[in-house]
Design a binder for this molecule. Structure first.
Ligand code: ASP
Length: 439
């Protein structure tokens, strides 16, 4: 049994948090590869180390003094080292960073140092080897990940270390230049390590006890999802629900390594297990609910549309020509609607409308904005009769008018469109019927 464990910034924000992490790792000797983020916020007024590093880079670029901010970062690490009673010194590392800054270091190098320094402390604290991510994560010249080379390098380097700490978030090009993933990218590092070392499980430790059935800002005290499949997660993530970086899914889902989302502050909670497939029946008919505001529906009407060959294609061409991605396309006999994201459509709407007029010559065109989409996702829906019936009667009872319905062909999800003002009510009503009432 071999586990790869990744800890997020809030799990490593202070010496107290570090020691919780230490306890978690020592409690299970199969937790052999550790991927840390940079120290995050200690409270809501605090600043993440990565954000301080961004600030340093901005000041350096503007030719302004940045040493004060660097001192602030030094102090944060010094507090962690002292709080843990460690003897390590980061003086040499800070000296090198300062020298590189004086020579005009690149942005990615600067912002990656939070993880690098935290990795040094973590390795010293655990007594694990330190493996610089720059030596095992390879980026192409265009800054995309070279996954094949990364797996090769990881295998080569990590085979030599029984237990190691590999800092998250960055890697390097062949010439040694540091490249980072996008924000939150330590999740990807963890996933790549898990795949390279053929881990049995990838534990992703954060500050929530798993993936919630519904957004806890809308449904107070929402239940945690116990087991979710990668495809369910993808559906929910697409609709805005997130607990981890979306690029972290693919490396492990491809080879069937499960991800376990765990809470550093509540280590006894089982968290959420994300798996390729499962025989575990979910507790409720639905697995999760997620949604987003900010959609526009453009409806077209044309007499005998059903016999007008190519009508849909022409309408979609107008969107394609302006680079707008179409989310949904519910249709009737003589009507069709195209649902797109408001932010993609707003600037180009007049051009798109003109193009549709020209290509499709509709009898009538109508635009409705401020639409919210809600995805109700669950592998259990396929085998449960009456799910849609219960869903819509719950919405009717909550006085929510449904503007659009779309059931994916996999029967994994039902997507509904409602007015943005009804968004929260609709989510609560769906949660209540399936989770609270367990219908
Ligand atoms: N420290 C980086 C960030 O704040 C990466 C990470 O935490 O995953 O985005």
């Amino acid at each position: 049994m071999k586990k790869v464990v990744k800890f997020g910034g809030s799990s490593l924000a202070s010496a107290e948090q570090f020691s919780k992490v230490g306890d978690i790792i020592h409690a299970d000797e199969t937790r052999v590869y550790v991927v840390p983020s940079a120290p995050g916020k200690r409270d809501s007024n605090d600043t993440k180390v990565t954000d301080l590093l961004f600030k340093i880079y901005g000041l350096m670029k503007a030719g302004k003094p940045y040493m004060k901010v660097l001192e602030q970062i030094k102090l944060r690490y010094a507090q962690i080292i002292r709080g843990l009673g460690l003897k390590v010194s980061l003086a040499k590392e800070f000296d090198e960073i300062r020298k590189k800054l004086e020579k005009g270091a690149g942005e990615m190098y600067v912002i990656s140092r939070g993880e690098y320094l935290n990795g040094k402390i973590m390795a010293a604290y655990l007594g694990y080897d330190f493996v610089d991510a720059a030596n095992v994560i390879r980026f192409n010249d265009d800054e995309t990940l070279d996954a094949e080379e990364t797996y090769k390098l990881m295998k080569k380097h990590l085979d030599a270390h029984e237990r190691a700490v590999i800092p998250g978030f960055y890697g390097s090009k062949k010439n040694g230049e540091v490249v980072t993933f996008s924000r939150g990218g330590s999740d990807i590092t963890g996933s790549l390590v898990a795949r390279a070392v053929k881990a049995d499980i990838y534990e992703n430790w954060t500050d929530v006890s798993g993936f919630m059935v519904a957004d806890p800002r809308i449904v107070k005290g929402s239940q945690v999802i116990h087991t979710i499949t990668y495809s369910e997660l993808r559906e929910l993530a697409y609709m805005g629900a997130s607990v981890m970086h979306e690029d972290a899914i693919f490396p492990v889902s491809q080879v069937g390594i499960p991800i376990n989302i765990r809470n550093t502050n509540e280590p006894e909670a089982e968290g959420t297990l994300i798996v390729e497939r499962t025989s575990r029946i979910s507790k409720y008919t639905i697995t999760g609910i997620a949604g987003m505001k900010g959609f526009v529906s453009l409806s077209l009407e044309k007499d005998k549309m059903n016999t007008a060959v190519g009508f849909c294609r022409k309408a979609l061409t107008a969107f394609e020509e302006y680079g707008i991605s179409v989310e949904h396309m519910p249709s009737g006999i003589d009507t069709m609607s195209v649902i797109v994201r408001q932010k993609d459509f707003a600037d180009k709407e007049q051009q798109v409308i003109a193009r549709i007029e020209e290509l499709c010559e509709p009898d009538h065109m109508d635009i409705e904005s401020d639409i919210a989409l809600i995805a109700v996702v669950g592998r259990g829906m396929k085998s449960t009769r009456g799910t849609a019936g219960r869903l819509f009667s719950a919405l009717a009872h909550a006085h929510v008018n449904v503007k659009m319905i779309d059931q994916g062909s996999s029967e994994l999800n039902i997507i509904i469109g409602v007015a943005s003002v009804d968004f929260e009510e609709a989510i609560k009503a769906i949660y209540n019927i399936f989770v609270e009432a367990r219908l």
